[in-house]
Write a protein that binds this ligand. Structure first.
Ligand SMILES: *[C@@H]1O[C@H](CO)[C@@H](O)[C@H](O)[C@H]1NC(C)=O
Ligand SMILES: *[C@@H]1O[C@H](CO)[C@@H](O)[C@H](O)[C@H]1NC(C)=O
Length: 297
């Protein structure tokens, strides 16, 4: 028995240094460029600052939260992008508008991993409210943790409500400014809070690919057929270009969630999460950002 085994294994030694081995090792790592995918260098966890993070202190269970009965649909598996119907209730939306109304300040853009920020209305034109952690707000924070499976070493950032008046927009960007050191903004929710009688203002992901049935998704994303008149005239054939990119409509109560970083241990962000808040043409859009900060892996 043993002898047969040795005989069977021996030839393998001879092929190890040959081209076959090169081929085999390539086959083990078929989808990545192994040379460029360096393992992540992780620094010790930065200090958790309660001014920025909605830290949980074990009292969440006592909150009397509504069961909003959200429905979810996977838009993309890689990166993970999930669409939610009814993520926040009408009552919660009212509450968010109420508590933000008096505390809006002009939105800024952060640089260097959050160390500096400035205002540039060409890039971002909106107002932001860092909302107090009322019971209603804590219920939404709790839901965001629940959706993410109470993920370890991930914390919800303090919730921010963004208001866009006509002309308001946010140019294409990533939600993380730095993933270095193995800690960063691991995921994002865009929740639509207000946008009745709105024109424009959709959330665009130009690099994201829809693999599902586009007709079903037209409820939630812009489709050519939604446009009326001249725009749809020359749209007979669907090209590959049409499949790339999605503009999520502003539907109050609904939300889109996505993962910012790959889970392959390289710490690289997903290019496909590049997105924009398109200019509001008419009406006022109010959105809620729920970002999660923590360990990238
Ligand atoms: C827990 O955190 C919430 C939200 O910040 C706060 O309102 C509450 O008083 C805290 N409870 C305890 C026991 O620390
Ligand atoms: C990501 O986008 C950058 C430019 O924005 C490009 O240089 C790079 O090749 C892209 N990476 C992948 C994996 O698509």
């Amino acid at each position: 028995m043993f002898r047969i085994f040795v005989i069977a294994v021996l030839p393998l030694f001879f092929v190890f240094s040959s081209e076959i081995f090169t081929f085999l090792s390539g086959a083990l790592c078929p989808s990545c460029n192994c040379e460029s995918a360096k393992p992540l260098h992780r620094i010790p966890r930065p200090q958790l600052r309660p001014e920025f993070l909605a830290l949980e202190n074990g009292t969440d269970a006592r909150l009397g939260c509504e069961d909003v009965g959200y429905k979810m649909h996977v838009f993309s598996r890689e990166p993970l992008v999930v669409y939610f119907e009814n993520f926040v209730s009408a009552r919660e939306r009212e509450h968010l508008l109420d508590i933000s109304e008096k505390i809006y300040t002009p939105s800024t853009i952060t640089h260097n991993g959050g160390q500096t920020s400035d205002r540039n209305t060409k890039v971002r034109d909106s107002e932001v409210a860092l909302v107090p952690r009322t019971e209603g707000v804590r219920c939404i924070e709790r839901r965001a943790r629940e959706v993410q499976g109470w993920r370890e070493e991930v914390w919800i950032e303090r919730l921010r409500v963004q208001r866009y008046n006509p002309g308001g927009h946010y140019s294409h960007h990533f939600d993380w400014s730095s993933g270095r050191g193995g800690w960063g903004r691991v995921s994002s929710f865009m929740v639509w809070v207000h946008g009745e009688e709105l024109e424009g203002g959709g959330t665009e992901f130009p690099r994201l690919e829809l693999r599902g049935d586009k007709k079903k998704w037209c409820k939630f994303i812009e489709c050519e057929d939604n446009l009326d008149g001249e725009d749809s005239k020359d749209k007979g054939v669907e090209t590959a270009e049409d499949k790339k990119g999605a503009v999520f409509k502003v539907i109050p109560g609904n939300a889109v969630y996505w993962e910012n970083f790959r889970s392959d241990g390289t710490g690289r962000g997903y290019n496909e999460t590049w997105h924009a808040g398109l200019p509001v043409k008419k009406g006022v859009k109010v959105g809620l950002n729920i970002w999660s900060y923590g360990r990238i892996d």
